[in-house]
Design a protein around this ligand. Structure first.
Ligand code: ZN
Length: 94
């Protein structure tokens, strides 16, 4: 066994567990606090106690995490590839 393999194998295993943990956490906790308003959802005016909703998160105070955004994009792509095929099949039956 050469010394390179003995170092890289545990590293790859650790990275795999970190990646799995990230995927799991994106599935359970899909949102993070909005970066612009820090999860508050609005900005307060220094005078008149007026508020303005955050444009980045539409006043919700949360945004999708990067991993979840990738997952949603993958699902959307999968659906857009799958649905036209269904439509064609339905057209053939008529
Ligand atoms: Zn925001």
């Amino acid at each position: 066994m050469n010394p390179l393999n003995s170092l890289t194998a545990p590293f790859i295993i650790v990275m795999l567990f970190v990646a799995l943990g990230y995927v799991w956490s994106c599935a359970v906790y899909p949102y993070k606090a909005c970066r612009a308003c820090r999860g508050v959802g609005f900005f307060r005016s220094p005078i008149f106690r007026a508020i303005r909703l955050c444009r980045r998160c539409d006043g919700t105070g949360r945004t999708l995490r990067a991993g979840r955004r990738v997952y949603n994009a993958a699902v959307r792509t999968h659906r857009s590839l799958r649905d036209p095929r269904r439509r064609n099949r339905r057209d053939d039956n008529h």
